[in-house]
Design a binder for this molecule. Structure first.
Ligand SMILES: Nc1ncnc2c1ncn2[C@@H]1O[C@H](COP(=O)(O)OP(=O)(O)OP(=O)(O)O)[C@@H](O)[C@H]1O
Ligand SMILES: [Mg+2]
Length: 457
């Protein structure tokens, strides 16, 4: 946003006056040449020199402004991080040392800003000094020519007057030029965003049904290390497919790939025979109701937060979805009920309450594919049971992929895929996997040991 503001100011306040002054100076220069070319040269020679100094300083200035911008971003990111992580920093007694570091960053930013301003000023001031030499050379040459008798007194006075008026606006132009040069690093950063490849694809969805097929899928995030290797499985419509496995195994990644948040590097993912990488992401997402592991909420009312699931939903529809997701009890406790604003990212709600809003969105959207990533992880048992039964109504006849760490949540699934270290380690029905006595059976046994409840498989 800062880059945007800088570029806006540069366009409206620097570029236009600079072009204006180039035009007006050219006109004045032409008239001066028409009066006396020798005196005109004495007046104008300083212009190219002064502008050349500023223009040639571009590289040095760029270095200054890049460093200064980096220091500022460092500082801004730390401030934001501090605000977001304050409770973790406090609980680890680390707020003090974090603030010390932040202070150092503020000072570094200050130092960089001063160096950058001084650097730019040094070039602009030297260029301005050169401009002042113009007046001296007019006076000098004018006096010589006057004594020679080749210049009239009125013409001399004219040049002195022109020179005294010409340079002041040009000094402002020099500053403008320096400011325009300094925007280069802002432009580069904007271009980084603008040049990001955009996912495109056909807006017409050609899927026949909603079976999701992963066919030898490989994927890595930006930094290159593969997080999914050769993953193949099918999630059938009308069935619940559960992804389980150790943390970091690639479950969330797989689910996000199914919704084309990224494109797979190898292999392909199809929905009812349609390659997702050929579909327009926006149209594709109309097929999905997703409840993410990390819920994102907006600083708006509860009703509007749920309405994100379906923009044109009536209040009645929204309330219905909210009731199914057990939001009623906590919503009515809030000061303005359904119309209470819930703060930035829902900071005025508990984890379980936030999750219920996210589930309500999925109920409202009611799309043919349902992706649930730890959807009920932060709910208490009572809420979980109630929502599980509502979910089982939601997922009827749909393609459902559910990720869960609690084995009892997935014990009723039609199929279980165990993802470990980015590969499919096991797959089959819960019964088959229990009999196989592999990773799934081990995880289930461990959880059964650690909990009071029984596994009903
Ligand atoms: N945005 C990201 N950029 C880079 N690497 C990532 C990103 N998100 C996840 N990873 C890496 O990809 C791997 C798989 O992560 P993923 O979130 O899919 O695991 P998971 O099975 O969902 O784990 P959990 O059960 O803890 O939610 C991890 O090693 C993680 O470090
Ligand atoms: Mg995950």
């Amino acid at each position: 946003m800062n880059d945007c503001a800088v570029l806006e100011t540069s366009q409206s306040h620097f570029v236009a006056p600079l072009i204006g002054s180039i035009i007006s100076t050219s006109l004045v220069a032409l008239s001066l040449f028409a009066v006396d070319w020798r005196m005109a040269l004495a007046t104008l020679w300083v212009l190219p020199v002064a502008f050349a100094i500023v223009a040639f300083s571009a590289r040095v200035q760029e270095g200054f402004s890049r460093h200064s911008m980096k220091a500022r971003m460092d500082c801004e990111e730390s401030v934001q991080e501090f605000l977001e992580a304050m409770k973790d920093l406090r609980s680890n007694n680390a707020a003090g040392s974090y603030l010390d570091e932040l202070n150092q960053k503020v000072r570094a930013m200050e130092r960089r800003a001063i160096i950058s301003e001084f650097g730019t000023a040094a070039f602009v001031v030297s260029a301005s000094l050169i401009l002042k030499l113009g007046l001296a050379s007019v006076a000098l040459l004018g006096s010589v020519l006057l004594m020679n008798g080749t210049l009239s007194v009125p013409a001399f006075l004219l040049f002195l007057f022109a020179a005294s008026r010409l340079y002041d606006p040009l000094e402002v132009s020099l500053q403008n030029l320096a400011a325009i040069i300094a925007t280069r690093s802002n432009i580069e950063r904007m271009n980084e965003i603008l040049n990001c490849p955009i996912q495109t694809g056909s807006e017409r969805l050609t899927n026949q049904g909603c079976d999701i097929v992963f066919d030898h899928v490989g994927f890595s995030y930006d930094d290159g290390e593969e997080v999914l290797h050769d993953v193949s499985f099918t999630a059938h419509q009308g069935q619940v497919t559960a992804l389980v496995g150790p943390s970091g195994g690639g479950k969330t990644t797989a689910v996000r790939l199914a919704a084309r948040f990224w494109d797979a590097a190898h292999g392909k993912i199809t929905i009812g025979g349609m390659d997702v990488s050929r579909a327009d992401p926006e149209s594709l997402l109309s097929l999905y109701s997703i409840v993410f592991q990390d819920v994102t909420l907006f600083d708006n009312t509860i009703l509007e937060n749920i309405r994100i699931g379906k923009k044109d939903a009536t209040d009645e529809e929204v309330l219905n979805a909210a009731r199914m997701a057990n939001c009623t009890e906590f919503a009515l406790r809030l000061p303005e009920g359904w119309n209470t604003r819930i703060g930035e990212n829902g900071c005025r709600l508990s984890g379980g309450e936030r999750q219920r809003i996210s589930i309500a969105r999925a109920f409202l959207k009611n799309a043919p594919i349902v992706l649930l990533d730890e959807a009920t992880a932060s709910l208490d048992v009572e809420n979980e049971t109630a929502i599980q039964s509502a979910l089982s109504r939601l997922i009827k006849d749909k393609t459902v992929i559910v990720i869960a760490h609690r084995m009892r949540t997935v014990a009723g699934a039609d199929k279980i895929i165990v993802l470990r270290d980015g590969t499919v380690a096991e797959q089959g029905t819960p019964g088959e996997l229990m009999r196989k006595n592999g990773i799934y059976a081990h995880m289930a046994a461990l959880q059964a040991e650690g909990q009071e409840w029984n596994l009903l498989i």
